[in-house]
Design a protein. Structure first.
Length: 94
């Protein structure tokens, strides 16, 4: 658990405000990585001009978020399985 936050790969999340790159409050995405207390990788539903979270997601759609800048928007039963995430076949290591 991250300092009171409990994010897992596959969780659907919503941006709580203007975050990195082109995300705005209300944008939705899927958690694709949880590294530590300050790095949650999110692949957003729309291209935000971001990166690929070190090849974990689709280039342009991803960003590393601080846990308090996002919130979970569904129940655990609706969590997307890690194997169903769409990855960029030309993933970069940005």
């Amino acid at each position: 658990m991250l300092s009171g936050y409990d994010y897992h790969v596959g969780d659907r999340v919503r941006a709580l405000g203007c975050n990195w790159y082109g995300t705005q409050a209300g944008d939705t995405g899927t958690v694709i990585a949880v590294l530590d207390d300050s790095n949650v990788g999110v692949q957003w539903d729309e291209n935000i001009g971001g990166h690929s979270c070190n090849g974990r997601g689709k280039r342009g759609y991803c960003s590393w978020e601080v846990p308090y800048t996002i919130e979970i928007i569904q129940t655990e039963q609706e969590t997307i399985d890690e194997q169903t995430l769409v990855l960029d076949p030309e993933c970069d290591l940005i």
